[in-house]
Design a protein around this ligand. Structure first.
Ligand code: MN
Ligand code: MN
Length: 467
């Protein structure tokens, strides 16, 4: 048996993940539980990037944040937000230290995998009305059949007005669904490969099963389709051509819930990446007296490559930093070179049900705290920001100083797949960046699972960074 001195030496020299149950006080564990309640409530009303932006603006406004336009004059202590097309958001405070010291940036995304409607989605087939979808982001198609779906989104009509659509979330609302074969008739389907058995063109959502009947009791051709349009027209004033410019999407219906008898897990739709967005919003709100200028980025389009004006490849973050720097009498390029970024995105939690795809020593374990990813990418780190050693060490040191439980992880086994985040796009603007976030079980599924402990330690990590 090792003597005390040898045990102490091992303790000093070895890296070990720290689970919260053996390292945190009962009071701290209770804080984790109550933070999760706030998060669930926010998640339930933030199922699309637009809904997340609207809810965050509501919270920010309540906390005294004001809308900022590029070029507005700013001063230390200002609390501001920049609303990018209602789909991405920059929330920030101007710190008391000179902006030449650099900005602290925390960048998460608020879009999640889902089923978008096609431009001409509505059709009728053998008496059933369907909406054709085009999946958004990396989904496993079979997971989206036989679950209740809600419709969310906006329709901008020919007269220029935009209506919000939400059907399937309120008590008493109807929901929608994609059917699947009964096992009794699935012999052929069962022989197919999983990735081929379910097709994108097959993800058609049932929306109606009865025709439009006029006052005389008469029914026309395409009566089911007409019935759908008549109901939508009555409620929202839209016609079929309004689908063309609409952003309508199907997401899993219902609220986030506790998972497990002990209630330490949260199941819900869209943890990726709203479980990083919410902690970063809270970190900003709780550190508005910071010496640093903190910018919280809530990006759109991460799940499909970060392209477009609301994705992280857009120049807007650079424009914002450069404009703020100029307004405060400094130089944007200099400020960026001294800025630091946490790319706040989820990682894959080790799943004991599928150990074969993980390399356990380098995997995120549930309840062991916020996960750091020095690099992501695939096939030999291709397509990644690999954070410099100095910056990775700065971040882990900061977390240790603040007693945040953290773990350095990879996504899974080499060459099992891979993925990326917004980290590389920010780093390309000459900003030190590292990936950090909450480990997720069943990532991108309609029902993803996270740990309340990891959620809270992620919040504490962001708060330590901002303060
Ligand atoms: Mn993500
Ligand atoms: Mn994702």
């Amino acid at each position: 048996m090792a003597n005390e001195k040898t045990k102490a030496l091992a303790e000093k020299l070895f890296y070990k993940k720290k689970d919260v149950f053996t390292t945190k006080s009962p009071a701290e564990l209770a804080d984790m539980m109550s933070f999760a309640e706030d998060y669930k409530a926010w998640l339930d009303v933030s199922k699309t990037e637009r809904e997340a932006v609207a809810e965050m603006i509501r919270i920010l406004t309540e906390a005294g944040f004001a809308e900022y336009k590029l070029g507005d004059s700013v001063k230390a202590g200002d609390k501001l937000y920049y609303n990018n097309r209602g789909k991405s958001l920059f929330a920030f405070n101007i710190g008391t230290e000179p902006i030449e010291n650099g900005i602290r940036i925390c960048a998460s995304h608020i879009d999640s995998p889902r089923l978008d409607m096609k431009p001409v989605p509505l059709f009728e087939n053998d008496g059933i009305g369907y909406l054709k979808t085009h999946y958004y982001g990396g989904i496993r198609k079979y997971q989206w059949t036989t679950i209740p779906l809600a419709l969310h989104g906006v329709v901008t009509k020919a007269d220029g007005t935009t209506v919000n659509v939400t059907i399937g979330e309120d008590v008493g609302d109807p929901v929608f669904c994609i059917s699947d074969l009964l096992p009794h008739l699935a012999q052929d389907q069962n022989q197919k490969k999983l990735g081929e058995a379910f097709t994108g063109e097959g993800l058609n959502i049932m929306v109606c099963s009865s025709p439009y009947i006029d006052e005389d009791g008469a029914v026309t051709d395409e009566g089911v389709k007409l019935n759908v349009m008549a109901m939508l027209n009555e409620k929202y004033g839209i016609v079929e051509s309004d689908f063309i410019a609409a952003e309508l999407t199907a997401v899993p219906t219902g609220k986030a819930v506790d998972v497990g008898l002990d209630r330490w897990l949260i199941g819900g739709y869209g943890h990726d990446d709203r479980c990083c967005a919410y902690p970063s919003l809270r970190a900003l709100l709780d550190n508005t007296d910071s010496v640093h200028t903190n910018i919280m980025v809530f990006a759109d389009k991460e799940e499909i490559g970060s392209n477009g004006a609301t994705g992280m490849r857009c120049s807007l973050l650079v424009d914002l930093i450069d404009t703020l720097s100029e307004t405060l009498g400094s130089n944007g390029a200099l400020v960026r070179s001294r800025s630091l970024c946490l790319s706040a995105d989820v990682s894959a939690a080790y799943d004991p049900n599928y150990p074969e795809v993980y390399e356990k020593r380098n995997s995120a374990m549930l309840h062991c705290g916020v996960s750091l990813c020095k690099y992501t990418g695939s096939r030999g780190k291709a397509g990644t920001n690999d954070a410099p050693s100095e910056y990775a060490s700065f971040v882990t040191g900061m977390l240790d100083k603040n007693s945040v439980n953290w773990q350095m992880v990879e996504l899974g086994k080499i060459d099992q797949g891979g993925g990326g985040t917004v980290a590389m796009f920010i780093a390309e603007s000459n900003i030190d960046t590292i990936d950090i976030g909450v480990p997720v079980i069943s990532m991108h599924a309609p029902f993803e699972i996270i740990s309340k402990a990891d959620l809270y330690e992620t919040y504490r990590a962001f708060s330590a960074f901002c303060k």
